[in-house]
Design a protein around this ligand. Structure first.
Ligand SMILES: Cc1ncc(C[n+]2csc(CCOP(=O)(O)OP(=O)(O)O)c2C)c(N)n1
Ligand SMILES: [Mg+2]
Length: 896
């Protein structure tokens, strides 16, 4: 036994000597040949080991220390002291804003701890990096973390851009004099916020596609590259959102070195630790490095530099890497004695490293994200880095500075109230010149204009070109495209059968050729261009690719080959509706970001729009984004064969919830032409903050010419017009039939059946937009309610139907809720047919039978309505049902 022990001991000693020798050799090579030579040597060694059968485990991680070593850190160019004082003031005002809002009205909310942890990350940016738009600089774009907004407001207050009253009205937007929105919302503060970020995960993906779109504009010669950066601030918890990390490979593939992510790694989310049993910084490092990003870890502050320098044997680095986040969080809450015991105490060599430090000093060893010098070094490296995007992983403490009131505690995210003692402590810690008597009131504080702090702060912003955030709209309007461009669509297609999708693609192709607008159109498709018959555009305008086309496409000899080009115009995004929508947003807000009227058309499978990426569409509305969303192959029964997951019968209903989206479900070529022309007119000539949702379908039929009636165009735009009046006004019975999209054809067939077989003269109306009709009806109703003594106005629907005889039946390829949403302005009850229920794979005929929206059902519904009015007998309806071969026992599509 003892022999074996001796052998082990001998081995260990030998290995120690061997290790020492290798380390010394490495030091020697490092001194003589520098890091480059070391890298070369490592590669050779690795290959040699591999060839000898040694398999190395894969790791994309570097040790748990700062990426930039202390000796490579650039000197800090500013005044540490003044910047600290400014930052303290921002901290105080941000905290006071939330505390006061909640004193006035309990439960009004707000967040202190997010900004408290991120203050240094923002302040270093404000004082040294964030460059505003000037004549020769595009302006950086900054995605502020939504929950950090109190800090951003507090800084704007110091800068003199917001008043004390504004801060008092934080989260009280409806007060007279105006207030501040809880989070970044361009809709609510259009001269301040640029990017809505509070739905977590959307900021990062929008930032990636924004950075890519900036490149697109440069590559297409629409703007110069002025070196501007996109900075996106994220929470570490936020990275669990699929959107947050879902597009990071695109950023690396496109070599977006104009993009910088800063992830505030305070190790906490709302409920508790982000990775209590793991390490979020290391996890994110692996992910981002694996994706090809430049990763800069800012973990330890300057206080740690000397400790690391004395860590000859690497025990500290190892210890740093083995402690899990939950334990690190505990150090933030406990005192120095706990830290000495639990972090340093496990190894005598570690304990020795800090024996010269008091418990208090141990407790105060600062982390990287709270150290301006470390943060400055990281930002500088990020800005100068070429060839890939950069992510900075900055370690901080959530609720930093709140002390007992929440620093590092699990409840800190929700902390909105500080008592008198806590306020006093906060004040003292950050040296705010507020007396003991005043402190309980949590007054806002702004030093005099001529104080060194104010002068320094203003000076920094002057040098960097202006304030942030700042949303500016300054552009000239576009001319509306001429009617001539649309003439062919007004004429119809005679006998030629086409679909509205085909018509749309033809309109798009013509717009792309237009001399005024062509260059500004941005077609966006998520790998579905062929489905919609758009492949001719590949050749016509090319697919955007920063690197051009490095290969000969397999279809090079064909006319419509797959052409990628640096100045290509189409954004072929691949299978990502979220990415495509982010591109749409970048293009649709270029009017404010760059003063360029870019006109995006995002064409997608209609089912994968509102349903799949509804929150991004909501963000687009918030951002006052413009452009056309085009839901193709729409309609639950018109898209045959595809079944439950693809057949969309409700996107129009989902669109009801977005206030500034204008929606249409057109049936004919001329309707689409009128709508698109007017859309460009409203968004780009009149500069209205609206965007469009159009559904187009893939059923082929002859497109009629536009009716001669003068009011047709107005009717199309307002939501309905009489398309085909009955030519038998003296018939016994009457009906008004309403159809939309491809289902209008079923309604027209029903008109014939009703006339021929049942003596019913029916007028047929095309309803292009129930949402527009409802908007108008609600507007009128509201006006009438608020103006009781004025002559009541009449909703457009009621005006149209004022003297129309008979019963009312509507049918569309969407849910019945659409026609029902306007039925109260009909002179009589409306009977609605629609496609409620899950879709089925089958042909159009079978589907329309199943969902009860074909000509037979329109006929049956009309007869039913007539019977209810007492005009015909129910027995007649029963008989008709028999004639129409409708089975009363058939399955209910809603529940089957
Ligand atoms: C999509 C979405 N889900 C949930 C929330 C609610 N929420 C707001 S902040 C927060 C925690 C944020 O944690 P983290 O991202 O780590 O940011 P920190 O405040 O720690 O900097 C949560 C869950 C939200 N705003 N958006
Ligand atoms: Mg966090």
């Amino acid at each position: 036994m003892s022999n074996a022990n001796d052998k082990d001991k001998e081995n260990t000693e030998l290995e120690a000597v061997e290790t020492q020798e290798w380390l010394e050799s490495l030091n020697y090579v490092l001194q003589r040949g520098g890091p480059e030579r070391v890298r070369e040597l490592f590669k050779k060694l690795e290959l040699h080991a591999y060839n000898s059968g040694v398999r190395m485990p894969f790791s994309a991680n570097t040790p748990y220390i700062n990426t930039i070593p202390a000796e490579e850190q650039p000197p800090f160019p500013g005044s540490r002291e003044i910047e600290r004082r400014i930052k303290s003031l921002v901290r105080w005002n941000a905290m006071a804003m939330v505390v006061r809002a909640n004193r006035e009205e309990d439960g009004i909310g707000g967040h202190i701890s997010t900004y408290a942890s991120a203050a240094t990350l923002y302040e270093v940016g404000f004082n040294h990096f964030f460059r505003a738009r000037t004549d020769n600089y595009d302006g950086d774009m900054i995605y502020f973390q939504g929950h950090a907004s109190p800090g951003i407001y507090a800084r704007a207050f110091l800068e003199g851009r917001l008043t004390e009253e504004h801060l008092e009205n934080f989260r009280r937007e409806l007060r007279s004099g105006g207030g501040l929105s809880s989070y970044p919302h361009p809709w609510l503060m259009p001269h301040f916020w640029q990017f809505p970020t509070v739905s977590m995960g959307l900021g990062p993906i929008m930032a990636i596609y924004q950075a890519r779109f900036n490149r697109y504009l440069e590559d297409r010669g629409l703007k110069q590259d002025t070196g501007a950066k996109v900075w996106a601030f994220l929470g570490d918890g936020e990275t669990d959102e699929p959107e947050a990390l879902g597009a990071i490979t695109l950023a690396a593939r496109e070599k977006l070195d104009n993009l910088i992510f800063i992830i505030n790694c305070n190790l906490q989310r709302l409920d508790g630790p982000v990775r209590g049993n793991g390490n979020i910084i290391q996890e994110l490092e692996r992910i981002f490095r694996g994706a090809g990003w430049n990763v800069i870890k800012v973990i330890w502050g300057s206080d740690w530099d000397r400790l690391l320098a004395n860590d000859d044997e690497g025990v500290l680095v190892r210890r740093m890497g083995e402690v899990v986040d939950g334990e690190y969080q505990k150090y933030a809450v406990e005192g120095g004695d706990y830290i000495r015991e639990h972090f340093w105490g496990i190894d005598p060599r570690l304990r020795k490293l800090v024996e010269h430090l008091s418990d208090e000093q141990l407790e105060k060893l600062r982390l990287g994200g709270h150290d301006p010098e470390k943060v400055y070094a990281a930002y500088k490296a990020a800005v100068e880095h070429k060839g890939s995007p950069t992510v900075i992983l900055a370690r901080t403490i959530k609720g930093y500075g709140l002390g007992e009131a929440g620093e590092g505690k699990n409840v800190t995210h929700q902390q909105k109230k500080l008592n008198q003692d806590e306020l006093r402590e906060f004040r003292t810690r950050f040296g705010i010149p507020i007396s003991d008597e005043e402190v309980a009131e949590a007054p806002f504080y702004r030093p005099p204009e001529d104080s060194p702090e104010m002068q320094y702060l203003q000076d920094c912003r002057r040098k960097l070109g202006g304030y942030f955030p700042n949303r500016v709209v300054n552009l000239t309007s576009l001319p509306t495209p001429s009617e001539a461009l649309f003439e062919e669509f007004y004429r119809g297609t005679a006998d030629r059968e086409v679909s509205t999708t085909m018509v749309f693609v033809r309109i798009l192709a013509k717009l792309l050729r237009d001399k005024d607008l062509g260059n500004l159109i941005v077609p966006i498709v998520p790998d579905e261009a062929r489905t919609f018959g758009m492949e001719a555009l590949f050749r016509q305008v090319g697919i955007y690719s920063h690197t051009g086309q490095l290969y000969e496409p397999v279809d090079a000899t064909s006319l419509l080959y797959y052409k990628e080009a640096k100045d290509g115009q189409i954004l072929e995004e691949g299978i990502t509706e979220a990415g495509s929508m982010s591109s749409f947003i970048a293009a649709g807000t270029a009017y404010s970001n760059y003063g360029i009227n870019m006109i995006p058309f995002f064409i997608y499978y209609s089912m994968f729009g509102f349903q799949r990426i509804g929150d991004l569409i909501w963000a687009a509305g918030d951002m006052r984004c413009r452009g056309f969303l085009v839901g193709a192959t729409s309609g639950r029964t018109t898209l045959a064969g595809e079944g439950l997951q693809h057949q969309d019968g409700h996107s129009h209903l989902l669109a009801y919830a977005v206030p500034n989206i204008v929606t249409y479900d057109p049936a004919f070529a001329y309707e689409l032409a009128v709508i698109i022309r007017d859309g460009i007119h409203r968004m780009y000539t009149r500069q209205e903050d609206i965007f469009y949702y159009l559904t187009v379908a893939n059923e082929n039929y002859a497109m009629p010419p536009i009716p001669e009636d003068e009011s047709t165009k107005e009717g199309i735009l307002r939501g309905m017009y009489r398309f085909k009046p009955s030519d038998k006004p003296n018939a016994k019975y009457h009906a008004q039939l309403f159809g939309s999209g491809a289902i209008l054809n079923e309604v027209l067939r029903a008109q014939e059946i009703l006339e021929e077989r049942y003596a019913v003269a029916a007028d047929v109306w095309s309803v292009t937009s129930y949402k527009e009709l409802r908007r108008d009806g609600l507007d009128v109703e509201r006006w009438n309610m608020l103006n009781p003594t004025e002559e009541p106005k009449i909703p457009y629907v009621s005006q149209c139907l004022k003297e129309t005889p008979g019963v009312f039946v509507a049918a569309s390829d969407y849910v019945k809720a659409l026609p029902d949403s306007v039925s109260r302005w009909f002179p009589k009850p409306l009977l609605s047919l629609g496609t409620d229920g899950f879709g089925r794979s089958d042909g159009r005929r079978a589907l329309r039978d199943f969902f009860e929206v074909d000509a037979r059902y329109v006929t049956l519904a009309t007869l039913t309505a007539l019977a209810r009015e007492g005009e015909i007998a129910f027995d007649d309806v029963d008989e008709a049902m028999h004639d129409l071969e409708i089975d009363p026992a058939k399955a209910n599509p809603v529940t089957s």
